[in-house]
Design a protein around this ligand. Structure first.
Ligand code: GLU
Length: 471
């Protein structure tokens, strides 16, 4: 891409901008920024046609101010050490902002998963896991991977199985990886968590008078015109929740092009259409946009880049017409793009907290694994019985009865997914408010990204400081 400095440098540049607003001495700031451990491995893969290929892979533990380290594993042919370091650093800041007690980590395997059979992918994932075990780079208390770009629940199940077979009898083994299928110790709500977190974060921004007045937008999500770039897990679920809460997803962009319909697109139908035809284009009722990146420049209220990094650069930033950009992907804007958008008065809601829904629900999954009990199991019936009693008493005293829908709503005791959504909603609302308060606290703080970094730096700085590792 056109970005002249590396991704890790990009992250550190944003960090440095924010560090000026904090009181930490240089040494502590340097320690916060440093990527503590970098593992680079190569291993052979015997392909289905019997040829042998050497696979390149990484795991970076950016910070150990809290353990375990936490962060996804991506499968992409763009993976390199710099990228994994940058993404691991973002995980440290992300976890700090949303009060998830982990250090940042990230893994990457340099492959395009589309070029490999399922059996080959399984061999790669299992071998990568055993390499991590050998190097002590994985474990419920050491480093806990999760899905990222190009990986999902299937790969996480392979990781757990490999780890468990190398640690027979380890009672907490399920906590060595998150984003697992529910049958393997996963938590309900993890699949949609990042998209839902993006939605909760943007909704809170849209409920903030000061921001919306400045942008000349009405309060709330209803009828906001949204563009989503990327129909992977994150983009798909973000679109889904925006639509469910009354926004209009007017354009969706993918590699092969984009589609536009000012009355709103239904992401589920678009997904099915793409599955059937192999392309997002020619969707009924929508206009084709042949050059996918043109969709980013359409007029809208909220733009959600939900694919890879550096899609908005100094070249296309001047043409962006959105009023709010929600960074669902990690690092979708270059530093130069960020500056241009700032000058244009666009509010950029930064990746490192906006897409924290995934890791937040991963934290809930990890807690579930360590406690060996499904959320809601102990209290669901109790709550329902209690609610029935209370409602019955009220009905008796008032002589009035509620209808069946209201009864079901009032009596319902929380299931696992209810509790996960509720925990995520609380996390995203509190994080948004904390960042907003920091932004408001000093007129010199230019934007939400800097405010978010300040929050992160102060939390990690305090942890290092109180650990007393700088005697
Ligand atoms: N890959 C996701 C992220 O970048 C999730 C990480 C996790 O759940 O540990 O935040």
């Amino acid at each position: 891409m056109s970005n002249p400095i590396s991704f890790f440098e990009n992250v550190n540049k944003s960090f440095d901008k924010a560090a000026k607003f904090t009181q930490w001495p240089n040494g502590i700031l340097e320690q916060i920024k440093a990527a503590n451990s970098v593992l680079r491995i190569k291993f052979p893969l015997k392909r289905d046609d019997d040829s042998i290929e050497v696979i390149e892979a990484y795991r970076v533990q950016h910070s150990h101010h809290k353990t375990p380290c936490k962060g996804g594993i991506r499968f992409s042919d763009a993976v390199n050490q710099d990228e994994v370091m940058a993404l691991a650093a973002l995980m440290t800041y992300k976890c700090a902002i949303v009060n998830v007690p982990f250090g940042g980590g990230k893994g990457g395997i340099k492959i395009n998963p589309k070029n490999y059979s399922e059996f080959e992918l399984q061999k790669i994932t299992r071998r990568y896991t055993s390499e991590l075990v050998k190097k002590n780079f994985i474990g419920p208390g050491i480093d806990v991977p999760a899905p990222d770009y190009g990986t999902g629940a299937r790969e996480m199940a392979w990781i757990l199985d490999t780890y468990s077979s190398l640690h027979p009898g380890e009672v907490d083994a399920a906590g060595c990886v998150t984003g697992k299928p529910v049958s393997q110790g996963g938590v309900r709500g993890r699949t949609e968590a990042t998209g839902l977190g993006v939605f909760y974060g943007i909704r809170e921004v849209c409920n903030t008078h000061k921001v919306m007045d400045k942008l000349g937008l009405s309060l709330g999500i209803k009828d906001k015109r949204v563009i989503v770039q990327g129909m992977g897990n994150v983009g798909f679920h973000t679109a889904k929740f925006f639509r469910a809460y009354g926004a209009k997803v007017i354009a969706i962009a993918e590699y092969e092009g984009a589609i536009y319909n000012e009355n709103g697109l239904n992401e589920e139908e678009v997904f099915q259409h793409r599955k059937k035809t192999g392309s997002i284009l020619n969707f009924a009722g929508a206009q084709n946009i042949i050059k996918s990146s043109d969709a980013l420049e359409l007029d809208c209220d909220i733009l959600i880049p939900a694919a890879l990094e550096s899609v908005i650069t100094k070249e296309n930033a001047p043409n962006i017409k959105a009023k709010i950009i929600g960074e669902a992907a990690n690092g979708p804007l270059t530093v130069e793009a960020d500056e241009i958008l700032d000058k244009k008065g666009i509010v950029v809601v930064p990746d490192m907290y906006l897409n924290a829904g995934g890791v937040t629900v991963s934290y809930f999954e990890w807690l579930k694994n360590l406690s060996h009990v499904r959320y809601g199991r102990m209290e669901k019936r109790f709550t329902e019985n209690m609610n029935k009693q209370i409602l019955g008493q009220i009905e008796e005293l008032t002589g009035k009865k509620v209808n069946a829908t209201e009864r079901a709503f009032i009596e319902h005791g929380a299931d696992e997914v209810d509790l996960v959504y509720s925990g995520l909603e609380e996390t995203m609302i509190s994080a948004t408010r904390e960042i907003m308060e920091t932004w408001d606290s000093n007129p010199e703080i230019p934007n939400m990204r800097t405010a978010a970094f300040i929050v992160a730096i102060n939390k990690v700085g305090t942890a290092y400081d109180e650990l007393g590792i700088f005697p």
